[in-house]
Write a protein that binds this ligand. Structure first.
Ligand SMILES: *[C@@H]1O[C@H](CO)[C@@H](O)[C@H](O)[C@H]1NC(C)=O
Ligand SMILES: *[C@@H]1O[C@H](CO)[C@@H](O)[C@H](O)[C@H]1NC(C)=O
Ligand SMILES: *[C@@H]1O[C@H](CO)[C@@H](O)[C@H](O)[C@H]1NC(C)=O
Ligand SMILES: *[C@@H]1O[C@H](CO)[C@@H](O)[C@H](O)[C@H]1NC(C)=O
Length: 327
């Protein structure tokens, strides 16, 4: 099966049973494990993380490797903010914005105000960074997933997904909340506000919310300010949004849903991704556990059917684990 190149490296051999031999080799910080059993040498594991399965391990799925780009910027910083022409024209055409400012000038105001650092470059063969992505689907009601969700290192929540009153099913911990101005809400000071900008005005709103508080309208009324820890603000890079659209939504509809974008963000910042509260009803309706809202999942903006198929495929390829809903 797998060809072994055993040179003069140090190795340990363990005789587990009369038919199984386990060899561990340490090569340039990576761990190779060869098991020898009645089928011959069967596996070569070079693990980029300490979980049993690592998202970023690209050797076990061609489908995944063709889509996953670990080099695309996740967050906007002062040094990566320049948009290439393709990203710029796609992104600026997403949402109508009557008096949108000059992107370059707006971004120049961002980083004196908010943290300007690289995050999440802390992957290591010794670490297992776990993420729970908690969607807003009504199917999470009655699940009792709360305690399981709260065990994760990161708990990512989306838009107005409440915890108060729903802790038993959705948990109480929130490390990241992914919002845009029209979906923003107050956060506690330990939570990262992660802005998904769909237009220049969204970035202007973020600045205004922490300074002049004078932006109160986008295409609808928005809060002039919100409670959130300024030192934990993050802005998703427009190039990341286009990457999710091109590589993961494969150009379906106008742009990916916030839930889908959040799931792909999790694939880039965590080693193990568990998914809760995703999925539409059998009538193809996105319903929410905390409010009466019914949106067709094929609404022109987003292609919920295609997103559902992609999410199912991610599970088939062992990249995420979907915790099924109940209601
Ligand atoms: C922009 O898009 C065109 C057409 O899809 C492609 O040929 C080109 O390589 C892209 N440029 C960059 C900088 O990505
Ligand atoms: C945006 O502002 C920058 C810097 O002030 C300037 O160089 C650029 O020409 C402006 N772009 C537009 C479209 O006005
Ligand atoms: C908000 O205030 C800033 C600074 O005073 C000003 O430049 C900007 O035009 C104002 N925006 C709105 C929407 O009133
Ligand atoms: C989503 O995919 C699952 C698995 O294929 C399927 O059972 C379900 O009906 C799909 N949901 C919708 C609303 O299409």
């Amino acid at each position: 099966m797998v060809v072994l190149r055993l040179k003069k490296q140090r190795y340990m051999a363990a005789l587990l049973s009369s038919t199984t031999i386990l060899l561990l080799l340490y090569l340039q910080n990576s761990l190779l494990i060869f098991t020898y059993g009645s089928f011959g040498f069967v596996s070569v594991l070079r693990s980029p993380c300490a979980c049993s399965i690592c998202v970023a391990d690209r050797e076990n799925s061609n489908w995944f490797s063709e889509r996953y780009n670990p080099n695309v910027p996740i967050l906007l910083t002062s040094t990566n903010s320049l948009l290439n022409a393709n990203v710029s024209s796609w992104w600026e055409g997403l949402q109508y914005s009557p008096d949108s400012g000059n992107y370059t000038e707006v971004v120049n105001q961002l980083f004196p105000l908010f943290p300007d650092k690289e995050h999440y470059s802390d992957a290591s063969p010794d670490r297992c960074r776990t993420c729970a992505v908690v969607g807003n689907s009504g199917n999470i009601l009655g699940s009792h997933y709360g305690p399981l969700i709260d065990l994760h290192d990161f708990v990512l929540r989306i838009n107005k997904g409440l915890t108060e009153g729903y802790e038993k099913d959705v948990g109480s911990k929130t490390t990241h909340r992914i919002v845009y101005p029209e979906s923003a809400m107050d956060l506690d000071s330990s939570t990262h506000l992660m802005l998904l900008p769909f237009k220049v005005l969204d970035i202007q709103w973020l600045i205004s919310a922490f300074t002049t508080k004078n932006i109160t309208h986008t295409y609808m009324e928005v809060p002039s300010t919100i409670k959130a820890n300024k030192d934990k603000v993050m802005i998703v890079h427009p190039e990341f949004i286009k990457y999710v659209y091109d590589n993961w939504a494969e150009g379906h509809a106008r742009y990916p849903s916030t839930g889908f974008l959040t799931l792909i963000i999790a694939l880039h910042i965590c080693d193990e991704v568990n998914v809760f509260g995703f999925g539409a009803t059998s009538d193809k309706i996105w319903n929410h556990y905390f409010e009466e809202i019914l949106t067709s999942y094929e609404n022109g903006m987003h292609d919920g059917k295609f997103e559902n198929e992609t999410i199912n495929r991610l599970q088939q390829e062992n990249k995420i684990l979907i915790h099924k809903g109940w209601a």
